[in-house]
Design a protein around this ligand. Structure first.
Ligand SMILES: [Zn+2]
Length: 123
């Protein structure tokens, strides 16, 4: 056990920092070096992020959130005769893709923050 293992790791703060794309440990540096690629280690505090793997968790959460956002809209569009069906077929996929691309990195940051804060095994 290292000294950093004894430091209190607030879960909500760590997750929120991850959502914002900041290092969940210090909140001072970027968590991602590319769209979904985390930095090897934090440039401010030196925390290793390469070995924290969120796996399918972020994708699962993104589908859950986007599905609940778009699902009622699909029902409304289909039930409303004033909206042409082609509008539904064009708008919904664009909306789903856009929201998914927007939300996925935030979910990954939240998962990485939670995994780090709880000390869950990662490999
Ligand atoms: Zn840091």
């Amino acid at each position: 056990m290292t000294q950093s293992d004894n430091v209190k790791k607030p879960k909500r703060q760590s997750m929120w920092r991850g959502v914002k794309g900041q290092c969940p440990r210090c909140g001072e540096a970027k968590l991602f070096r590319a769209y979904l690629k985390p930095v090897a280690e934090c440039s401010y505090c030196g925390q290793d992020w390469e070995n924290i793997r969120a796996d399918d968790g972020p994708a699962w959460l993104t589908i859950l959130i986007v599905g609940h956002m778009v699902g009622p809209l699909i029902v409304y569009f289909v039930m409303n005769d004033a909206i042409p069906i082609w509008v539904t077929f064009v708008l919904i996929p664009v909306l789903v893709a856009g929201l998914s691309l927007l939300i996925l990195p935030r979910c990954k940051g939240a998962f990485m923050g939670l995994i780090w804060a709880t000390g869950a095994p990662t490999s």
